[in-house]
Structures are given as structure tokens and as C-alpha cells.
Write a protein that binds this ligand. Structure first.
Ligand code: SPD
Length: 291
């Protein structure tokens, strides 16, 4: 991934544009009003852009992580799909997720007693609290907790069992690369309760087919149930984004909890019971990546 900012003159007017290059041959370009923050943490470059179309945008290492306009899609789909399958998700672990969006969604489920975010980069949390208060508000909730640590090291020493583990990672480059490896998935499995569910963001089937094939092969060696589901996220490469639903016991379709869904009546903006089922229907070329 690479991100570039360039100026373009149109007569007397100067326009600023940000481009995220997905491969060197293709990318997404967004007009920007200005750069609100640029910094370098111990792990990565962090930028916050102000844009006309998508509001504020968080960019890590040149790659868009969230925009104010469409972050709800990713965070709702990562969280509510497993939360409406597990019958009693009391303890939740979120790996990465430093912007707080996944924590915010998880805490909308009253049966969740505690949600722990293990984020490697403190600067991501600080920047998001400053520029994205609507996304990061979960950090103020007493049921939420954040620990600044490498998730792989955390899991090696972890003795707790979690009902749900969500991997809200960046792309498999730099600090997040390890989160896509089989060793890591084995550690996840050990930290899950006997009926636990693990969900991870798993990149774009259009641009990251090889990664998806490898990751799902590894996941199938570790978990008895592995299913891919999709969501449309306009600011991620290709717009078609995938998630891996991995479980020791529950099937995401047959164990969907319609009663819990009806009684909770969450006012979600993307997720609903029909989207839940539809998101597991894969086009043929995507299905063949995970078979
Ligand atoms: N290429 C973008 C992939 C980003 C996936 N994670 C985003 C984290 C948002 N909480």
C-alpha cells in the first residue's frame, strides 16, 4: 500500500488530492480539504485527512483505515455478525481496533460484560480520541478496557478464555503481518472458550486472492467451522471486503439468533438479519478462493 498527496492546478484554483495505491496499477483518489494531522509512531505513519466526500479519514502507512462516512459498515459487520450467533458472549477480546469503532459496536450488546482492546500503537488511540470522538467513544465506557501491547505476545501469556475474539487489524504488512499467520490463529483458538467464535477482517477478494487462499487454508486447519462473508465498503480496495467467521461450535447461518435480534432492536445502519444471511452468499470466484 502507498498513499500520496498531490496538488493540481485548475486555472487559479489549486486542488489537493489523496490517492491510496492498492497495487501500483490501481488506486482510490479522494479530494482533500486539508491534512489535520501527520505523525510517525514507533510502528507506522499516521495521517488524518479532511475530505469533501468522506469527512475525516484515518490513514495508516498510506492505507485508509476509517472514514467518518463509511466506518459504520466495517464495524457493524465485524461485530454484529458473531454477536447475533453466540448465545452468551460475556467476554470479548478485540485485537487491534485502536480507533474504537469495533468496541463501540460490541458494547451495544448488553450481555457483553467486558471488552478488552489489545492495540499495539498508543498513538492510534490518542489520534482517534482527538479527531474521531464518535468512533472512539467506547473507550469511555466502563465495560471497555484498552491494553497497549503486541497481540501475539499478549496471547502467549494469556490465561483467560474469551467467548468472542475479533481481529480488527490493518493489512498484512508491518505490525499486522503476524496476525494473518497460522501460529497466531492457533493461539487464538487456545484463548477461546469451547463454544467461542473468532472473526477477522480478511482483505479484498478482488485484489488479495492469494492472501485469502493462504489465510483460509490455515484457518481451516485450526477451526472446525470457517466461513467467509462479505460487505461493501466504498473506501477499501475494490469496495468488496471479506471477513472470516471461525467457530468451534456455532454455524453463522443455522445458529443465527432471530429472537435475540428481534428483542434487541439495535438501530444499525448496514447490518440487519437479511444482510446477515446474504453476506455469506459468495460469488463463484470468491467461493473458489476459500474451498
Ligand atoms: N485496507 C484497509 C484495511 C483496513 C482494515 N481494518 C480497518 C480498521 C478499522 N477499525
Amino acid at each position: 500500500m502507498a498513499g500520496i498527496i498531490r496538488e493540481e492546478s485548475m486555472g487559479d484554483l489549486w486542488n489537493l488530492w489523496f490517492s491510496e495505491l492498492h497495487k501500483g496499477t490501481v488506486g482510490l483518489t479522494i479530494k482533500i480539504k486539508g491534512v489535520l494531522f501527520s505523525g510517525k509512531s514507533d510502528f507506522q505513519r499516521i495521517d488524518v485527512l479532511d475530505t469533501e466526500e468522506f469527512g475525516k479519514v484515518l490513514v495508516l502507512y498510506g492505507s485508509i483505515m476509517i472514514t467518518e462516512r463509511d466506518e459504520f459498515i466495517y464495524h457493524e459487520m465485524l461485530s454484529h455478525v458473531p454477536l447475533f450467533v453466540h448465545p452468551d458472549p460475556k467476554e470479548v477480546l478485540i485485537i487491534g481496533g485502536g480507533d474504537g469503532g469495533t468496541l463501540r459496536e460490541v458494547l451495544r450488546h448488553p450481555e457483553v460484560k467486558k471488552a478488552l482492546v489489545v492495540e499495539i500503537d498508543r498513538m492510534v488511540v490518542d489520534v482517534c480520541k482527538r479527531f474521531f470522538p464518535e468512533v472512539s467513544r467506547g473507550f469511555d465506557n466502563p465495560r471497555g478496557e484498552v491494553l497497549f501491547e503486541d497481540a501475539a505476545k499478549f496471547l502467549v501469556n494469556n490465561k483467560n478464555k474469551y467467548d468472542l475474539i475479533l481481529c480488527d487489524s490493518s493489512d498484512p504488512v508491518g505490525p499486522a503481518e503476524v496476525l494473518f499467520q497460522k501460529d497466531f490463529h492457533e493461539m487464538i483458538s487456545k484463548s477461546l472458550s469451547p463454544d467461542g467464535i473468532f472473526v477477522a477482517q480478511s482483505e479484498s477478494p478482488i485484489f488479495h486472492g492469494e492472501t485469502i487462499e493462504k489465510v483460509y487454508k490455515n484457518l481451516k486447519d485450526v477451526f472446525p467451522i470457517v466461513k467467509m462473508y462479505l460487505a461493501h465498503i466504498p473506501t477499501y480496495p475494490s469496495g468488496t471486503w471479506s471477513f472470516a467467521f471461525c467457530s468451534k461450535k456455532y454455524d453463522p447461518m443455522t445458529n443465527f439468533l432471530q429472537g435475540k435480534y428481534d428483542s434487541l432492536k439495535l438501530p444499525t445502519r448496514y447490518y440487519n438479519n437479511k444482510v446477515h444471511a446474504a453476506s455469506f452468499m459468495l460469488p463463484n470466484f470468491v467461493q473458489s478462493l476459500v474451498e
